[in-house]
Design a protein around this ligand. Sequence first.
Ligand SMILES: Nc1ncnc2c1ncn2[C@@H]1O[C@H](COP(=O)(O)OP(=O)(O)O[C@H]2O[C@H](CO)[C@@H](O)[C@H](O)[C@H]2O)[C@@H](O)[C@H]1O
Length: 752
Amino acid sequence: SAPRQRRTSCCWERRHFFAIYGRRSLDPNGVFCKLGIFGGLKSEILKRGLRATGKREGIGAEEENGGDDEENVADESFQATLKQSKEVLARQKNLIRQIEERRKLVSSITSNAVNIEIDAATNESGSYSQNTKQCSTTTGELDKKYSITTAPEKSDQLSKVEVSVRPPSSDKKSVYRREIEDESPDEHSVADALGLSREVGSEAAHSAITSPSLSRASELYVTENLEDLIEQNIGNANAEQDATPGEGIKDSPPLAGANVMNVILVAAECAPWSKTGGLGDVAGALPKALAKRGHRVMVVVPRYGDYSEPQDLGVRKRYKVDGQDMEVSYFHAYIDGVDFVFIDSPIFRHREKDIYGGNRVDILKRMVLFCKAAVEVPWYAPCGGVCYGDGNLVFIANDWHTALLPVYLKAYYRDNGLMKYTRCVLVIHNIAHQGRGPIEDFHIADLPGHYIDLFKLYDPMGGEHFNIFAAGLKAADRVVTVSHGYAWELKTQEGGWGLHGIINENDWKFKGIVNGVDTKDWNPSLDVHLKSDGYANYSLETLHTGKSQCKAALQKELGLPVRDHVPIIGFIGRLDYQKGVDLIAEAMPWIVGQDVQLIMLGTGRQDLEEMLRNFEGHNRDKVRGWVGFSVKMAHRITAGADVLLMPSRFEPCGLNQLYAMMYGTVPVVHAVGGLRDTVQQFDPYSESGLGWTFDRAESHKLIDALGNCLNTYWNYKKSWEGLQRRGMMQDLSWDSAAQQYEEVLVAAKYQW
Ligand SMILES: Nc1ncnc2c1ncn2[C@@H]1O[C@H](COP(=O)(O)OP(=O)(O)O[C@H]2O[C@H](CO)[C@@H](O)[C@H](O)[C@H]2O)[C@@H](O)[C@H]1O
């Protein structure tokens, strides 16, 4: 009976072994190919294999009493298992090599994509648009699918579509997760997730997952290991993607967590399509940062020019403006995770060089049409096939041009039980422009009579008048301005420009958030405007040589003496009262008395433009006054200059000083509004600070500050380098601002 017992025991062990790992485990293309990849499993297999031979189970003692046959069987079995283990090891190595190759492929695709973008942007606007168009078409397609899942309205139709959706390719991890959760067992998803070729991987994956002989424990084991491997594999790919600055949407879950919502930013301008100043920059950059946090984000802007990226959505709507029927259509592009919707109408067309041009009534009519159409965009503009809808939606309106939006939202819709869950936040970029006019302008706004009270404002400057910003501030659910300093100033009589009373009354819903920088556009190591004409990209590591090269290229381009040791002082901005250009004029005799070069770029008031030309005319060896709007020159001056001068009388935030610091250019600023928030005065004792500030908008104060700055430049090189480095090392991206905006959006959402 002993031999029978031994045979039974041995057979049981073998049956048990197969029961756990399946018969196909002995097939070279079978489950071991799959299981072998998990390091821990190898020893388990060996252990089980040995147990099957009985040698680890103490059965050996009985075997010694048994016949040679039994011993041979055990030996053969042991040899087979050993061979099998070796094969497993070889396959494991092979799989690791495949994963490595796949990782390289992902990395090369990622870097190619970045190169395409950089190439696109390097070209002049025409080719930039073409390339972007390609990108947007692709991502638009993805968005079409993705947006369906993120749409908050879950109509029957939507949830049906959801079954087949996939998020954008960058969100690979969640694709695989969902495939495993929803569709497993599925050989394709698992093999794809592992990066296995179909021939090697699919059958193995299928066996591993679907084999009926898999016990619950081994199923769990396989799943866990699969997930680990997928995590690791995709994590590596994502890490490589993350290393690319400015990449779009990243891993799930979204940073915004449960607060994910639909956000529509509405602005009169948006870079790169339309820009007269900082509003265009913000409208182009903040939405991308919000999208990165997981929100579904749209920008709505008039279609001033014949832009090539946006495609006609084929939707037509009519709105009445001052008694006249006007038709609008909607153009759409999906770029960097954001839906850009352009509202087309004959009254916007061909205005790209003159966005705010025309008489007061003309501008008002344009803004009335724009706001009337913009507030209904979530109903009519199908982005990626699905409209945003008005649930879980917050508008971000900007400056007086779109301050009618919160008023329309209330008067046309919420007062009538529509758009009940839609909110509007109004951002003040500049209170100096308010949309003022005579009371009679009210009829153009086309609102119920009692709404006149929102618009009526009396101040000593304008008497009783119609004021669009005033109405917007009252109707908005929340109000944001672009720095803490400016938030404080707006509440004062001097800083509020007649609206301080309203702002004080609405203090509870008012907040300052400092703007960020689009670190893709304004980044010395990526800047597309530094790739030609002798300029060079540079970083913190190559600051010294890179900046010198840009400086020489700038001097050469503008016909100034090419001298490395002469400090270049730059100025970029609108030529108006706000920017304090007249203070530079007053300080001009002192400035040209120094061994410096001054480069000024700007457009605006004609007398100030003339002044710039005169500066240059009288000091050709030291001064250049570029009258015009040139984004390329703005970037090149920022890179090539040593000092950026911003003597603004008031400055809600100011972006140029932020850009300057990113480029190792030291700012000298009037300590006001956002300039005070962002430029910390240099302290030579503690070697801290970011630049020089002066406390009053007076030319002698400017001269003092600039004098100290130049002294440091000439005589304290180490301190100078410290200033540059501290500036460049700051995190000035939109990430933190976007998080603060999100808090405001959430507060608005839950406000009744
Ligand atoms: N001639 C020219 N050629 C090329 N580019 C030129 C140019 N003149 C100006 N720019 C560019 O326009 C932008 C100006 O931005 P700012 O923030 O400095 O001022 P702006 O007063 O327009 O914005 C308002 O809104 C922004 C955004 O909130 C606030 O930062 C700011 O304080 C407030 O006054 C920068 O990108 C600058 O490079």
